[in-house]
Design a protein around this ligand. Structure first.
Ligand SMILES: *Cc1c(COP(=O)(O)O)cnc(C)c1O
Length: 379
């Protein structure tokens, strides 16, 4: 019999890297042009802009600063409120505090785990200036309701599309429409640059400002003209990251197709009665719009997540959890948030686990995970 200890450790995600990309990074290292708006970054931005329907795109060194910069470009700061979800990576809310504005949370939908747009509307006050929705696991938010609210209350939108490259809404690619759209190329995302991100912007005027915020607020003219008229930071993407991004971009469709196939196999293996049999919840089976960034299940309350994760680890399967509810972190509790405020997010965030899903996996890996999940839930 195969012992669990003989099996290779299966992580919940892992990047795919090819030799051509590695060679292109080496070429950058030899070229001497390692950073600051070099040819790789410029080519990457051009490809991204084409991918997003010709809208202006700027790259950055994270998918966090992209959101902070979008808020700054929108003129958001002290005294303003920005509505977001408690179910996200903490970056989504931290950037609001960074600008001096006040984060306001609205609860999520129990099935999609995305913002419940009715709850968003209920949270709008005269001080509300923007909404930061998250396309969780690549499943798009209700974009019709979102942009109807934005129009009705004259709000800016900064889509946290960190997980949503290649996702779409009613046939339109996320990023190709809407207001600001922020993507992350952190190593776990569907395409990655080790660390990095990009911001899709509405017009050239705002793109210029977003570019200034990227590098100390500097604008240049001629050979030696330089001025600073806004407070920028140090957020530019390196040529090394740009080279990785080009290599990844060439394989985006292939990566996402593989994720789709693996997600479909998960559904096939779990079968139609998994939810009824085990009291667990599968993700929304959206094969039209999602890019399948992650595959999560919500565990029944009879087992703690830590216990479940440990038992999976005993079978050499390492799970993630996305996410802990932001409003219950100490820094947010200190701002007055507490348990019971967003009950749907609190329940989902307590019991959610992320199963392995990445392009280098195969169908046997999926079967191994499903077998392990079912054996742990049966015991
Ligand atoms: C990854 C991620 C971020 C942050 O992106 P970084 O590139 O790590 O700064 C923000 N929001 C969500 C939903 C993410 O998944």
């Amino acid at each position: 019999m195969t012992q669990a200890s003989d099996l290779p450790m299966l992580p919940f995600t892992k990047p795919t890297m090819d030799e051509a990309t590695i060679a292109s990074v080496v070429e950058v290292l030899r070229s001497g042009w390692l950073t600051s708006n070099g040819p790789k970054v410029q080519a990457f931005e051009k490809q991204l802009s084409e991918y997003f329907g010709g809208r202006p795109v700027r790259t950055y060194n994270s998918g966090t600063c992209t959101m902070e910069i979008a808020l700054r470009v929108a003129g958001i700061g002290p005294g303003d409120e920005v509505i977001t979800t408690p179910n996200s990576w903490v970056a989504t809310a931290n950037v609001i505090i960074e600008t001096g504005a006040t984060p306001v949370f609205a609860d999520i939908d129990a099935r999609t785990h995305n913002l419940d747009m009715d709850k968003v509307e209920a949270a709008i006050t005269p001080r509300t200036k923007a909404i930061i929705p998250v396309h969780m696991c690549g499943l798009p938010c209700d974009m019709d309701k979102l942009y109807a609210l934005a129009a009705k209350y004259k709000l800016r939108v900064v889509e946290d599309a960190a997980q949503a490259i290649g996702s779409s809404w009613k046939g339109k690619r996320i990023g190709s429409f809407g207001d600001f759209v922020s993507f992350s190329f952190q190593v776990n995302k569907n395409i990655m640059t080790a660390e990095g991100g990009c911001l899709v912007i509405n017009n050239e005027e705002e793109a210029k400002l977003a570019e200034k915020y990227r590098l100390q607020g500097v604008s240049r003219s001629g050979l030696d003209g330089i001025d600073v008229d806004v407070l920028g930071g140090k957020y530019n993407m390196t040529e090394i990251a740009g080279a990785i991004g080009l290599g990844q971009m060439a394989r985006l469709e292939e990566f996402n197709a593989k994720r789709h196939a693996l997600a479909r196999h998960y559904f096939a293996c779990f079968g139609d009665d998994f939810e009824a049999q085990y009291g667990a919840e599968l993700p929304v089976a959206d094969f039209e719009q999602s890019n399948w960034h992650m595959f999560h299940i919500v565990l029944p309350e009879r087992i703690t997540r830590a216990e479940f994760m440990q038992k999976m680890l005993d079978q050499r399967i390492s799970l993630g959890f996305h996410y802990a509810p932001i409003h219950l972190f100490t820094m947010y509790r200190q701002r007055g948030f507490k348990e019971g405020m967003f009950p749907v997010a609190e329940r989902v965030c307590r019991q959610i686990v992320t199963l392995p899903l990445f392009p280098l996996m195969n169908e046997n890996d999926v079967e191994r995970v499903v077998g392990a999940v079912e054996s742990v839930l049966r015991s």
